[in-house]
Design a protein around this ligand. Structure first.
Ligand SMILES: Nc1ncnc2c1ncn2[C@@H]1O[C@H](COP(=O)(O)OP(=O)(O)O)[C@@H](O)[C@H]1O
Ligand SMILES: [Mg+2]
Length: 339
């Protein structure tokens, strides 16, 4: 079989290069390429840069499936991740992972939360600020502490250790900073203080829930337990060192069943295809909240999903093989109606 890997690489053109500092996604490409080759498939690599349009037109009909690794979009603009999937679909390519509609809905966190709400899926109470706050602040019944994030983003971009706020003054500052820096609405959510558990799922229609993974927090008491940018990418920080994943997580049967049920519902609701990860916070009373659904999550050898499939008894190569097969299954490629 001939597999085209489409990936995102290059120099970011965004105004916030600090949001790319320390990021290292090279392993993603190397690991997936090696695994596909070890399955005896031929690999063609195409970067999602200005040449991609020409290449996709040229190679049409010559590859069996696209492995979509372009999680950071066209020319490293994360907002164009859905557009690339739309392009593949438009040109008649089969491709791995989710379609444009799912990618777009999941990237837009507020929209995803509205979809959760009408489907009775719990997620933290929230409010959107589209304009900078200059005068009085009107909070619609939200209680501090709150967390402020860019409304449409991923990979903890714009989520820093000062994103959790405890008073109106800091909230205003952070909201205005997000709107100015990222030129997009700020999403303010109630901060759920408690455990953080990730649930991985494989499948298109028949879903397999993988063993869960939990972030074990080991941070100084004055810090909030959460996973800001520092914890994901800046290896020398106390946040990186103090947020270690544990998989399989030690989750009591009642909570486990509840998380599995909610994760499957959220995965299907958002129309995730192939593989995905649903992230939860659990408050001190044991109530779970969905933070987000991640279609096409990180898939390098040391990614969270890989830890989960290892705990499930599958090898990395078996995972990549399964993802390719699910990508080729045309029946599952149609757009789902999600509400
Ligand atoms: N409402 C919340 N309560 C507690 N922690 C949160 C909340 N929202 C986000 N976080 C923390 O911030 C991290 C990143 O937030 P998330 O919404 O998943 O953004 P991203 O898409 O960038 O990963 C989460 O893994 C979690 O640790
Ligand atoms: Mg996340």
């Amino acid at each position: 079989m001939k597999v085209m890997i489409v990936y995102s690489d290059g120099e970011p053109e965004q105004q916030t290069p600090e949001d790319y500092k320390g990021r290292n996604d090279d392993d993603n490409l190397k690991d997936v390429e090696e695994a596909i080759k070890s399955l005896n498939h031929e690999v063609i690599k195409v970067n999602a840069d200005e040449n991609i349009f020409q290449k996709l037109l040229e190679l049409k009909g010559q590859v069996d499936v696209i492995y979509n690794l372009a999680e950071e979009g066209y020319k490293l603009d994360i907002h164009t991740e859905p557009h690339l999937a739309a392009l593949f679909e438009m040109l008649g390519y089969k491709f791995t992972g989710s379609n444009y509609l799912c990618l777009a809905n999941c990237l837009d966190k507020a929209r995803a939360k509205q979809l959760f709400a009408v489907n009775d899926l719990p997620s933290p109470k929230f409010q959107i600020f589209s304009k900078e706050i200059n005068g009085d602040l009107k909070l619609n019944g939200l209680n501090f502490p709150l967390i402020v994030k860019p409304g449409k983003s991923d990979g903890s971009i714009g989520i820093r250790k000062n994103s959790v706020v405890e008073d109106e003054e800091s909230l205003k500052l952070r909201v205005n900073e997000i709107i100015q820096t990222y030129e997009q609405p700020a999403l303010v959510e109630e901060f759920i203080d408690g455990r953080e558990i990730n649930v991985g799922i494989l499948g298109n229609k028949r879903l397999t829930v993988l063993p869960m993974s939990e972030i074990i927090f080991n941070l100084p008491p004055e810090e909030w337990n959460f996973v800001p940018y520092e914890a994901k990418w800046l290896t020398k920080t106390k946040y990186y060192k103090g947020t270690v994943p544990n998989c399989p997580a030690d989750v009591e049967p009642g909570l486990k069943a509840e998380l599995e049920e909610l994760a499957k519902k959220a995965y299907s609701l958002m129309g995730v295809r192939g593989y995905g990860r649903v992230d939860f916070r659990i408050d001190k009373e044991g109530k779970p909240y969905i933070l987000e659904v991640n279609p096409n999550p990180d898939i390098s050898r040391d990614a969270g999903l890989t830890r989960m499939i290892t705990a499930h008894g599958m090898t990395y190569e078996e995972l990549i093989d399964k993802i390719l097969r699910m990508g080729i299954n045309k029946d599952d490629q149609e757009i789902r109606i999600i509400i």
